[in-house]
Each structure stands twice: as structure tokens, then as C-alpha cells.
Design a protein around this ligand. Structure first.
Ligand SMILES: Cc1cc2nc3c(=O)[nH]c(=O)nc-3n(C[C@H](O)[C@H](O)[C@H](O)COP(=O)(O)O)c2cc1C
Length: 151
């Protein structure tokens, strides 16, 4: 069975809520195992067990949040050593922007190199029902794509 890793970093809880919603959405696809890990706790072994990775994090100071950046910094060379090529998707929780985090992440991912499985999703402001729905839809679409062998 294919496995989708959802790795998230959240300081005040917004990205954690989005990650949970994405997890629920992905669970609707029964043909895929879904593993949720805090970015601080995740490592290259989690990437090695996965066939796709959904990253969920905030934009802080016009950049990717520190916890997510730490995860990527720690796994960059190990992922290259294992020749990992995983499709990824990105959910960004932001106050009023989010584009800096997306740009940074896309640049980092092109170095792994991991290909995008979907357009990045930026959700601005307080977490709303619409945000949770969008996160759930992204999780479901990613899981379905993995199950169908699209990615
Ligand atoms: C130190 C700090 C810097 C931030 N910088 C930005 C920023 O540059 N752009 C933006 O849109 N939001 C910014 N925000 C707002 C957060 O992105 C937003 O509150 C987000 O929902 C937090 O997600 P989290 O609870 O998962 O950490 C910042 C928040 C903090 C605490």
C-alpha cells in the first residue's frame, strides 16, 4: 500500500488544524496509508517510507516557518544520498501573504529534487471552515492521485 506523509510545523495551532483536516481528507482514500508527523520529529526515514509528502507550515517573516525549514535542512543531503524523488504538495497558513514561504519552499524542493503534485495552497488569516475544506480537499486529491498511480 502506498503511503502519504503529512509533515507539519505550527507555532500557534493554525497549520496543525490544517494538517488535521488534510489528514481527514486523505483518509477518505482507503487505498493509501496516511502518516502525520510534526516536522520537528520527522526525518529522512519518514520520507523513505512515503511515496508522497504534504508539507503544512506557516509563513513567518516572509519565509517558511523555522520548524519546517529545520526538517528540510536535516533531510536534504540524506534524501539526495537515498536518491529520493517524492511528489510533494504544500499548504501555507499565513497572516496576509504567504508568497515568500511558497517561493522558498519551491526553490528548496527543486534542489532535492521533488516534483510538485499540486499547486501550492495559501490560506490567509484565522482558520475558517472554508480553509479546513480546502485542506481536506488537497489531502484527498493527493491521496487519490497516489492510489491511482498518477504521481
Ligand atoms: C514571527 C511571525 C512572523 C510572521 N510573519 C508573517 C509573514 O511574513 N507573512 C504572513 O502572511 N504572515 C506572517 N505571520 C502570521 C502567520 O503566518 C499566521 O499567524 C499563521 O496562521 C501561523 O500559523 P501557525 O499557527 O501554524 O504557526 C507571522 C507570524 C509570526 C508569529
Amino acid at each position: 500500500m502506498k503511503s502519504l506523509l503529512i509533515a507539519y510545523h505550527s507555532q500557534s495551532g493554525a497549520s496543525a488544524q490544517l494538517a488535521r483536516a488534510a489528514w481527514r481528507g486523505a483518509l477518505a482514500e482507503t487505498g493509501v496509508e496516511v502518516v502525520v508527523r510534526r516536522a520537528w520529529d520527522a526525518g529522512v526515514e519518514d520520507l523513505r517510507r512515503a511515496q508522497g509528502v504534504l508539507l503544512v507550515a506557516a509563513e513567518n517573516s516572509a519565509a517558511l516557518s523555522g520548524g519546517m525549514k529545520d526538517f528540510l535542512d536535516r533531510t536534504f543531503y540524506p534524501a539526495i544520498a537515498h536518491e529520493l524523488v517524492l511528489p510533494y504538495a504544500l499548504l501555507v497558513s499565513a497572516g496576509n501573504d504567504g508568497r515568500g514561504a511558497v517561493r522558498q519552499l519551491q526553490r528548496i524542493m527543486s534542489g532535492y529534487p521533488f516534483p510538485p503534485a499540486a499547486e501550492p495552497v495559501i490560506l490567509r488569516g484565522e482558520v475558517t471552515e472554508a480553509h479546513l475544506r480546502a485542506a481536506g480537499e488537497l489531502g484527498a486529491a493527493f491521496a487519490t492521485g497516489l492510489a491511482m498511480g498518477i504521481f
